[in-house]
Design a binder for this molecule. Sequence first.
Ligand SMILES: Nc1ncnc2c1ncn2[C@@H]1O[C@H](COP(=O)(O)OP(=O)(O)OP(=O)(O)O)[C@@H](O)[C@H]1O
Ligand SMILES: [Mg+2]
Length: 328
Amino acid sequence: MKTHINVQNLNAFYGEHQALRNISVEIPEKQITAIIGPSGCGKSTFLKCLNRLIDLTEGVRVSGKILVDGTDVLDRGIEITEVRRKMGLLPQRPNPLPMSIYDNVAYGLRIHGTRDRKALNEKVEHYLKIAGLWDEVKDRLRSPAAKLSIGQQQRLCLARGLAVEPEIILCDEPTSALDPLSSQHIEQQLLKLSERYTIVIVTHNIHQAMRLADYVVHFYLGEVVEHGEASEVLENPKDERTRAYINGTFLTQIKIDTEVNLKGNKCPFNFVYAKQALHNLEPGKVMRVIVDDPMAVTEVPRGMEADGHKVLNVKQINSTDWAIVIQK
Ligand SMILES: Nc1ncnc2c1ncn2[C@@H]1O[C@H](COP(=O)(O)OP(=O)(O)OP(=O)(O)O)[C@@H](O)[C@H]1O
Ligand SMILES: [Mg+2]
């Protein structure tokens, strides 16, 4: 696997407070790397160092190296706008520009020299399509971006970010402000985009990390305590602190009160049946659902979470089946 971003001995201080301690990680090209860890452990600081948005914070000191395609991003002599162009940032809350849907996407294109109307039209359509928003907005491109739903605004921000042709997409909890359906849209786009872009996503949601990540980096109090393939880190963590963090989110060893086999059922019926089965359980009890419909692997957990239940684990158990463990 080719390394795209090579971080070496990265330290960051806010005044006296050290937010990042000697971080060394290699982020692979055209893969999704998820950064997980408790609040305040330095995840956002790390992302901001990558694209040097950290420069905007007063009193910050950063040391170490961040090599992107061989160039050290932290080198004072480099052209920072060029570095930022290589890295699109998808923030926690969408931040569309106060202009039309069309102009939000065209904005970056114009800055980078596309003026011709026909070329602009084509490119705006192209990026709205890869962000998965085109069909919903193609008839109202001139209406203000602010009129879109939050989830649509987030996909618009994705389109706007992609329009300047970055190589790397940085996302800081990009779905935490979104409803389950909009989150699913963003996740689907990110999975598709990982064929062409290197993606780094900060997430609080272990299930999201499971659905998306190829690699996982676990931050703890400003340090990287574990880093590796997602399946290894999430299912078989070596570090006690990673184990504790993941167990805090869902338990790996858990007593199952009832098991429901929903193999052969397609979405949305498997969700409906799972819901009915859960209905008969007492609160706090745990149900394991077996499904063989790939759609159900994302849909059932999402629906259950939306209904206020806790999804404790989602795991592929053989070549066709998945087990979803839900606590009422
Ligand atoms: N501008 C700032 N000035 C001073 N301290 C800061 C600043 N920004 C962050 N910190 C501190 O640095 C540490 C890391 O913060 P950071 O925002 O990177 O954490 P995080 O892992 O993204 O947390 P969360 O999950 O809550 O978003 C925290 O202790 C935080 O209080
Ligand atoms: Mg943060």
